[in-house]
Design a protein around this ligand. Sequence first.
Ligand code: CP
Ligand code: NVA
Length: 304
Amino acid sequence: MKLKTKNLLTLNELDKKEIEEILNNAIKLKKDLKAGIYKPLLKNKTLAMIFQKSSTRTRVSFETGMYQLGGHALHLSFEELQLARGETIEDTAKTLSRYVNIIMARVYSHDEVEILAKSAAVPVINGLSDSFHPCQILADLMTIKEKKKKLTGLKLAWIGDGNNVCNSMIYGCVKTGIDISIATPKGYEPDRNVVKESKKVGEIQLSNDPALAVTDADVVVTDTFVSIHHQATNRTKDFLPKFQVNSSLMKKAKPDAIFLHCLPAKRGQEVTNSVIDGSQSAVWDEAENRLHAQKSLMISLLRV
Ligand code: CP
Ligand code: NVA
């Protein structure tokens, strides 16, 4: 499939059909891998991975995914690049484009990944910025599809911080026909422009009431109250106890609701052990699906 976009920075670049195709191919790739079938679809291709911030899942899933597809991945930490000594993002993008076929970057300011994408001749994937985390949402939608056999018509409740993951989740939900109900404390709402734009496309409910948001939900999602880019350590008090996903909150969702969390989790804060380790939790499948969803995404972006 030929994607209309060169880059994936927010998830808003993809339409419903493109998302569905990426997910369907990801499910096929997962099946192949489990059957021991390796297709070297990205043979001789190189992925450059730039990290300004720490990562477990993103780094390992991209690197492993590229290896499984017959390609090669380079881990480039920001401090080790000339970027740390003042070389511009534009010059870095132009240089890397002469060596590699695709770039993934995890940055602080979203502007930085935008500049990288604009200056690079090759596709650029946002591996998390302060504003968006599109790869996470591809994996989340894949997990929901596997568990619920559909996306359109479901209700997803987002509880806690209206952060980078939440912003991309809004795009993912409205594009695939999932109704999203978001409960945050006052002042922690998702990006206003994302909400405004997405309201034209699908159903979004914003409130300060976790019980209302989870009522009849098929999927309950949360994330840390303190993201990597948050300096203030006193944020947590604005969320607890009301915005914790615990067993009593989960009981208000549908009995067969699943629980998702992008990880890493702060157990005992945004989620209790009883939920994240409980029978409704799909967090390990979700983490695994980063691998399959990103392999599918890279294949689509490289148009092979
Ligand atoms: N969910 C996620 O992106 O995890 P990492 O920060 O470990 O990459
Ligand atoms: N919102 C979190 C997600 C980590 C994968 C952060 O930005 O730190």
